[in-house]
Each structure stands twice: as C-alpha cells, then as structure tokens.
Design a binder for this molecule. Structure first.
Ligand SMILES: *[C@@H]1O[C@H](CO)[C@@H](O)[C@H](O)[C@H]1NC(C)=O
Ligand SMILES: *[C@@H]1O[C@H](CO)[C@@H](O)[C@H](O)[C@H]1NC(C)=O
Ligand SMILES: [Cu+2]
Length: 404
C-alpha cells in the first residue's frame, strides 16, 4: 500500500490509492449520474410520504408548504445566512439551563448541547446509536433556534463534496459576515493526540490550528471540554494506528424492536433535555466528567487538505450503496473491515475542520458541528429513502466499535 505519509499517522487513513479515480467535484460541476439517481429516489420518497392521506386530509400538517426544508449553506440567500448566524449568536447569548452542579462549566445555551454530547459521548459514536441520536440532537438544536431565538428557517447543512477539491476556498470559511467563520490562525504545530472510544490516534496538523481569524464566531468563547494535546511541529509522530480494530462480525440489522427500546431510552432521557444529568446519575452511567468544568478558551480550527479528499462525491456514493444499516454505520465511521486505511467520512467531516472538531466529545461547541451533522443526517436520509424497509432499520450495539 502506497498511502502517503500523512495517512500513516491519520486515523483510519484513506483508500485513495486503491479506489477508482476520485470524482472531484467543484462548485458548479454537475452531480454524477449515480448521485442524481439516488437523490431522485429520495425526492420521490419524500413526495409520496407527503402525499399520503391522513385521517384529516383537510388540515393536514405535513405538506410541502409546511415542512421545514434543510438547505445547503450556499443555496441560502445572504439574508437567510445572516438570520441563521444571528439565531446561533442569540442561543450563545442565552443562559445555560443545565444543572449547575452537574455541569459547572456551562454558561450558555450552546454549552447545554455540548454538555449533553459530552456526557453521552461513549454511547453514541461508532455504534448503533450514531444516526438516531445525532438526528435527534440536531433537530433539538434546530428547534431551540426556532423557538428560543425566533429563527424561521431550517438547520442548514454543509455539502462538503462541493469543497473537497478546494476547502480553503470554501465560502463557509471565508470569514465574511455570511460565512460560518474562518480557518484558525496559522501556527506551526504537530499532530493532535486523541484518546477516545478505546483508540489512540494522532491527527495530522492542518493549515491553521489557532483561534478563528475572522467572521461571525471569531470571538466565541468555548467553555466546556478539555485542552487538547498538540505536539510541537518538529516532532514526527508515527505509529499509534491500531493494526486492526478487531471488528466484531456483522450481524444482520434488526427491525425496530429491541434496539428501538434502547434508542428510545436514550432519546427520552435527552428529551427532558437538561434534567438529563440528574437522570444519568440515577442510572449510574456517569458520576463525574472533568470536561464539564469551566475551561474558557477561544474556538480553534485547522482546515485539513488531506481529510478534505475523503469528502468527495465518490466516497458519498460509496456510503449510499451500503446494503444495510450496519454496513452504513461501519462504513461511515471507517470500521467496515479491519483495514486501518479505509476511509471514514464521519470522522473526516469533523477532522477536516479540525481544532475543536478534533475533540469527539466537545465538538458541538463549534457552531459548524450542526452543519456537519445535518449533512450526515442528509446522507442517512437519502440512504434510507432508497428502500422503505430502511426507515426502521437499527443496527450495531451500544458500545464503541460495536464491541459488546
Ligand atoms: C384530526 O383533527 C382533529 C381535530 O382538529 C384532531 O384532534 C386530531 O388530532 C387530528 N388527527 C390527525 C391524525 O391529525
Ligand atoms: C487550557 O488552555 C487555555 C488557553 O488556551 C489556558 O488558559 C488554560 O490554563 C489551559 N488549562 C489547562 C488546565 O491547562
Ligand atoms: Cu457526536
């Protein structure tokens, strides 16, 4: 395998060498035929779902004119982008609701979301809960923007296939008032050390690394989460890739029965949103988490050209051809097989932004998190719409990497 040096230090590297030629798509390029087909199936599915008659056809709530439609960032008008940004700023300006004793570091409403993700972290990643939990999480965030901050639109998503070839030119990070901010200030640095989900990884340095330089979230203070361990630039980090993930054999996905109860339990706990932490204590899942302490610091980013390569149309299509939800979940997180070089689109979606996005627990402290996860939810929705039986498919386990 000839994968480049950077991939040898990257978590779950990339299969750029073995894969078919990468279909790089630039802004304005048409979608590939396969992708158009998948998206058309999705549209047909939504149309038919909305066309279904309910018992009260006359005052039907779910119809094209009433549902909220999530859009890609650059298809929002400047005015719409501005109102989304000011709603996010409004949320950040509101007091935290989290229990002070459980989350001593929470200062604002964004922190409430970060805290929830921090507490649940080990139970909602690299496993069967990933899609359902994060779908609900982004929805709650969207609801908070709408009900608490008067936002009229839907949560936008970031279609990173549009930026895969030239992430540094992305309008999402151009630092204008209509962007999601900018890259971090460049400073010479090495890799970020990460210990999570039973894995130890060294994420390669990107093109920034410091505090945001410009744009709407330049002065955002991140309150929760631990400081990251970043090595000095001279230090050559090798190794640390697990040779194998010892991935358990795939079982067939289950229908929405037993596993559904687990998902329901989790989302129900979350529904009583910020009484969550009392609940958690009672059932003994968490006693104390240092990352919930007050640790004010700037928001950092580190746009990364190597991870960007995985966010192309080719990898999106590959995901969308997954035969069942277990394969989809393992494929999106890069543990479908035991090959450490397989691509991992979900981690890449975070690591491409870097900085706080390199922290799998505190990452929702960067408002970009919700555009990243709205995109993952979109891919999941498109995948689900290819076959109605997928709507209720749940797979995986409760543990990271489906262990146990
Ligand atoms: C139908 O309308 C009635 C009265 O407006 C309402 O109580 C009921 O919940 C509606 N049912 C559905 C399925 O929307
Ligand atoms: C974490 O980093 C910030 C600056 O980014 C610093 O002020 C703070 O002291 C650090 N905290 C710890 C525990 O090292
Ligand atoms: Cu997450």
């Amino acid at each position: 395998m000839l994968f480049s040096k950077i991939y040898t230090v990257a978590f779950l590297g990339a299969s750029v060498v073995t894969a078919a030629p990468t279909k790089v798509r630039a802004v304005g390029d048409p979608l590939t035929v396969d992708m158009i087909g998948l998206i058309n199936n999705y549209k047909t599915y939504i149309d038919s779902a909305l066309a279904k008659k309910d018992s009260n056809r006359s005052n039907k709530v779910c119809k094209h004119s009433t549902v909220t439609k999530r859009k890609e960032w650059r298809s929002l008008s400047q005015a719409d982008r501005a109102s989304y940004i000011s709603a996010v700023q409004c949320l950040i300006g509101k007091k935290a609701q989290a229990n002070k004793r459980k989350v001593p570091g929470a200062r604002n409403r964004l922190d409430d979301f970060v805290a929830s993700h921090l507490v649940e972290g080990d139970k909602i990643h690299f496993n069967g809960h990933l899609f359902a939990w994060h779908r609900h999480f982004v929805w709650l965030y969207e609801q908070a923007l709408r009900t608490e901050c008067g936002y009229k639109g839907a949560q936008p998503y970031w279609d990173w296939t549009l930026d895969s070839a030239n992430i540094l030119a992305s309008p999402l990070f151009d630092g204008s008032p209509y962007s999601m901010g900018s890259n971090g200030e460049y400073f010479p640095h090495g890799s970020t050390h990460l210990k999570a989900f039973g894995l130890e990884l060294n994420l390669p340095a990107g093109t920034g690394g410091g505090c945001l330089k410009a744009g709407p979230f330049k002065d955002l203070t991140v309150n929760l989460g631990l400081n990251q361990t970043i090595s000095p630039p001279a230090e050559v980090v090798t190794a640390s890739i697990p040779k194998t993930f010892d991935t358990p054999a795939l079982k067939n996905p289950e229908p929405l029965t037993v596993v559904d109860n687990i998902v329901k339990t989790i989302t129900n706990i979350f529904d009583g949103i910020f009484e969550l932490f009392e609940e958690i204590d009672k059932i003994g899942l968490i006693k104390y988490n240092e990352a919930l302490n007050y640790n004010p610091r700037c928001l950092r980013r580190d746009l990364n050209l190597e991870w960007a390569k995985q966010l192309d149309v080719f990898h999106a299509e590959h995901l969308l051809t997954s035969p069942n939800v277990d394969v989809l979940e393992r494929r999106i997180d890069g543990f479908e097989t035991d090959d450490p070089a397989q691509p991992a689109v979900h981690p890449a979606g975070h690591f491409v932004v870097g900085g706080l996005q390199n922290d799998p627990f505190a990452s929702p402290g960067d408002p970009m998190f919700y555009l990243i996860h709205a995109q993952l939810d979109r891919l999941f929705s498109i995948w689900q719409a290819q076959d109605p039986s997928r709507i209720t498919q749940v797979g995986g386990t409760k543990k990271p990497l489906d262990k146990g």
